[in-house]
Design a protein around this ligand. Sequence first.
Ligand code: NDP
Length: 280
Amino acid sequence: MAKIIDGKAISAQIKEELKVQVAEYKAKGIDICLAVIQVGNDPASSVYVGNKKKACEFIGINSLAYELPEETTQEELLNIIKDLNNRADVNGILVQLPLPKHIDEDLVIKTIDPSKDVDGFHPQSVGALSIGQKGYVSCTPAGIIQLLKRSDIEIKGKECVVVGRSNIVGKPMALLLLREDGTVTVTHSRTKDLKEVTKRADILVVAIGKPKFITKEYVKEGATVIDVGIHRMDNGKLCGDVDYDDVFDVAGAITPVPGGVGPMTIAMLMANCVESALMN
Ligand code: NDP
């Protein structure tokens, strides 16, 4: 039977710690402000943006909301970002993805000043991570490292397998596990005999985007299984990329969905915002 890694409790603990830090900054006259930009009204994005605003309020970070219509042009969006880059009172800039199809996401990300890139998606932030320099780290993988550390799961010297190589989860996850001295293997849709590779993992991080894909046949007895996936099932409930009930008896520790990786993403965004007070 696996130990359940409680992301809700760990993220609450991190937010409490950040609240104290922000109060200390405020006492020194340092205010932190996050600008959140949403283009269009995709319902899932609106929920995420709402949650980010709530987290800012809880921690004591000011937030500026830009709710732009779907037909906003790329130039209009880039001009808003450039203005925010130049504003001394704005520490962090977050553009909620995905953007409408007529806007080039890569160009938008590149336009954000790297010192305000609290999502950690700017090529400069990604480059800094890959060569071990200081910079913002993408929130979901950073949250997974916190989940492991705060659950006393050692990474150093362990076989770590990441399933998925996306720019926002798989790749930065692999780099962070490497930074923590794990022995890292990255797998993807062209990996031959995925089960053989995942069965070697002491720590298995799954970010495939396919509901309940990973069953117990993919997992070594006693392994730590981190499930990044989020899917809404026909019955309205959420599930991950891991078949939780099937893997539960084999794994040593496992994250549930919901209540595992999800809450950590916002907690780490808040941590990046607090860090931004020192970056600019
Ligand atoms: P992407 O779709 O960008 O990437 C999926 C990756 O999985 C790709 O690298 C793909 O390989 C790989 N893959 C697909 N099928 C297989 C397969 N059969 N075997 C091995 N690898 C496979 O997804 P994301 O990384 O953005 O997200 C993954 C999941 O995590 C989604 O469910 C998403 O909703 C969730 N998510 C959750 C977050 C949270 O806060 N909890 C944050 C971000 C994402 P290839 O490169 O070869 O195509």
